[in-house]
Design a protein around this ligand. Structure first.
Ligand SMILES: *[C@@H]1O[C@H](CO)[C@@H](O)[C@H](O)[C@H]1NC(C)=O
Ligand SMILES: *[C@@H]1O[C@H](CO)[C@@H](O)[C@H](O)[C@H]1NC(C)=O
Ligand SMILES: *[C@@H]1O[C@H](CO)[C@@H](O)[C@H](O)[C@H]1NC(C)=O
Ligand SMILES: *[C@@H]1O[C@H](CO)[C@@H](O)[C@H](O)[C@H]1NC(C)=O
Length: 575
């Protein structure tokens, strides 16, 4: 028996016995690793559900479900159809606009997700979606639009049946779920003086209305504060011991702790989820951006809630027994990708786009995932004319969900003109990428490695593809084997001993800057780098095919120096 399986057995045994002994559990953060910001979570009939912010990525507003709070399954997305928000995605030019922080709530068997969409000039709508079956993502409704003066809407049902939406800086309005009509805005709290009092959630407990918010901004000053009132519209009194959760001004590895939501398990124990960044106080390299962490909450009658400080190794209430008995389809967040594409197959749910893709841009075929080359490259339109055209890039990717990982695909691509290119990228935004392409330059098949990123000048280097590789599938690989360095390599798919490392890029390139709200994705792209017209490459441009898509996590950092395999990784490592 390998050490990993002994540890796995121990962890599983300890968790199984925990409820029997009523002993506290230990677990590792983040529980939803990789870019998962602004979580909002509920428990309904023994299953936990979370929604997170996704900005312009599409499909957007993923719903994760879990029975045990540690293993999360991507059961669907709320925003899957252009027709739910006609025209919005394609008219959003910014990199960090789109779907801001959402709230998920359930009432009388209906699940609601409420959010605000930013970035379309002249419009700033609140959007409300609903379904009775979150396991079938096609059932999410079109948006009910409402006039949201501020971001981060919360939904709250009072005992008298009235529904309220609270938004940042904090205002509350009565809300009509059917029409989106809102009542007058009442300013109920400004927080404790930190910037951006946002992400409000209202809870009613023991006759008190509790208003919990985030303030201090979503970087290292981030914090959770709370106030309470006897009437939902106030007056609210802030807690004298605010903030109730923060890692500001600490040396902790987990920074930016804030934007929390609270819920109970089926034993009545309280828990919370919030966002955190694994950056240490230096706050320089954190390519996965804001991730979702779990913490226990002690909330006694008439008292203020006590939120356990966020760390990589946590202890708290007994956890529900480990279980993957979650209905519906979809990958588990930390599982590897093992995708061999076949014609007619749906695109795996954890693969996402930067805005809604053009029709036919990405298709599963027997030769692999087929990408039609776009005139725009990853950065936008290389010949100028960024005007709106940045939206049409040919790109599909998954979240980097581990500190250490290996990602690879086998590329089949035979360019017929100079500048036609297909490759892999670690991508934060269109202004922050580390990429390795196969491109025809001066009529020769060439590797081109390039970086564009935060606080650094763009770099680019080229080297000829070995003659013996021309016409054969080439495996392109992105690997992170230490916390800070992406290594991009190429090899013959049929002979991995031919592997050559082409370039490296540091984690800082993909941290903050143009992507301070988002987190790194790893995936593939295809472009003719500006040749052609409009959004199209010249007709006759060949497509690129990516087969054998693999992503495998190798470890999670829980502190600046310690990595742990997750429970799930340990299970996989036995295979
Ligand atoms: C919030 O701040 C504004 C501006 O200073 C002030 O007018 C308002 O009364 C404050 N609201 C509350 C609920 O304290
Ligand atoms: C168990 O966890 C809860 C929640 O964090 C905490 O309040 C309690 O003190 C812990 N009990 C023990 C024995 O550690
Ligand atoms: C542009 O496309 C044409 C037609 O495919 C090709 O002949 C030419 O080499 C391409 N030029 C560049 C700069 O990519
Ligand atoms: C990205 O890097 C490439 C290669 O060095 C460069 O040509 C391009 O201008 C850069 N783009 C941006 C948006 O910085």
């Amino acid at each position: 028996m390998k050490l990993s399986s002994i540890r796995l057995a121990f962890v599983l045994l300890a968790q199984l016995l925990a409820p029997v002994w009523s002993q506290n559990s230990t677990f590792h953060n983040p529980v939803l690793s990789g870019w998962h910001s602004d979580p909002s979570c509920i428990q309904h009939e023994g299953t936990f559900y979370c929604v997170i912010s996704t900005f312009i990525t599409f499909p957007g507003l993923p719903i994760y479900a879990s029975k045990d709070l540690l293993q999360w399954k991507l059961i669907g997305h709320v925003w899957t159809r252009e027709s739910q928000l006609p025209g919005y995605s394609w008219n959003t030019n910014g990199q960090q606009e789109g779907m801001f922080a959402a709230t998920i709530r359930e009432n009388k068997g209906i699940f609601y997700v409420i959010c605000e969409y930013l970035g379309v000039s002249g419009k700033k709508p609140g959007v409300l979606f609903r379904t009775t079956n979150p396991y079938d993502e096609t059932t999410w409704s079109n948006a009910v639009f409402f006039d949201a003066p501020k971001i981060d809407p919360d939904l709250f049902w009072d005992d008298d049946g009235k529904v309220y939406v609270a938004t940042h800086s904090v205002v509350i309005q009565e809300f009509d779920l059917a029409t989106g009509r809102t009542g007058p805005a009442i300013n109920i709290w400004n927080g404790t003086g930190g910037v951006w009092p946002e992400g409000p959630h209202i809870y009613k407990k023991d006759g008190w209305y509790y208003l919990m918010i985030a303030e201090g901004g979503t970087a290292t000053d981030h914090a959770v504060t709370i106030a309470r009132a006897k009437k939902v519209t106030g007056p609210y009194t802030g807690y004298e011991r605010n903030p109730i959760l923060t890692n500001r001004k600490t040396q902790e590895f987990f920074q930016t702790v804030g934007h929390a939501d609270l819920f109970q398990d089926t034993n009545g124990k309280w828990w919370g989820m919030c966002l955190a960044t694994r950056s240490g106080p230096q706050y320089q390299s954190y390519p996965m951006g804001r991730e979702t962490v779990l913490f226990p909450v002690t909330w006694n009658k008439d008292e203020w809630p006590i939120l356990a400080p966020v760390r990589g190794v946590m202890s708290g209430w007994a956890l529900p027994a480990p279980s993957r008995e979650v209905p519906g389809t979809g990958p588990w967040n930390v599982d590897p990708d093992v995708y061999d594409f076949k014609s007619g197959q749906p695109i795996p749910r954890n693969l996402i786009y930067w805005r809604i893709p053009r029709d036919g841009a990405v298709t599963a075929t027997d030769s692999g995932l087929q990408l039609v080359l776009a005139r725009n490259n990853l950065q936008g339109a290389p010949n100028g004319n960024q005007n709106g055209a940045t939206r049409a890039i040919s790109f599909i990717a998954r979240r980097q969900t581990h500190s250490l990982f290996t990602y690879s695909v086998d590329l089949t691509f035979a360019p017929t003109a100079n500048n036609q290119e297909a490759g892999v990228t670690a991508f934060l935004t269109q202004q922050a990428t580390i990429q390795l392409g196969v491109v025809q330059l001066n009529n020769q098949l060439t590797f081109r490695f390039a970086t564009n990123g935060t606080n650094s000048s763009p770099t680019s280097k080229t080297q000829a593809v070995p003659t013996a590789w021309v016409g054969k599938p080439i495996r392109l690989q992105i690997q992170m084997s230490s916390i800070n360095t992406y290594t991009l390599s190429a090899m013959l798919a049929s002979d991995t001993k031919t592997k050559i490392a082409i370039g490296t890029g540091r984690g800082e390139l993909l941290s903050g800057g143009s992507g301070s709200f988002v987190g790194t994705l790893v995936g593939v792209y295809a472009t003719c780098n500006g040749n052609g017209s409009g959004l199209d490459c010249p007709s006759g441009t060949p497509n690129a095919h990516f087969q054998r898509w693999r992503y495998t996590g190798a470890g999670q950092f829980v502190s600046a120096t310690a990595t742990v395999p997750t429970v799930v990784d340990m299970a996989k490592s036995e295979v």
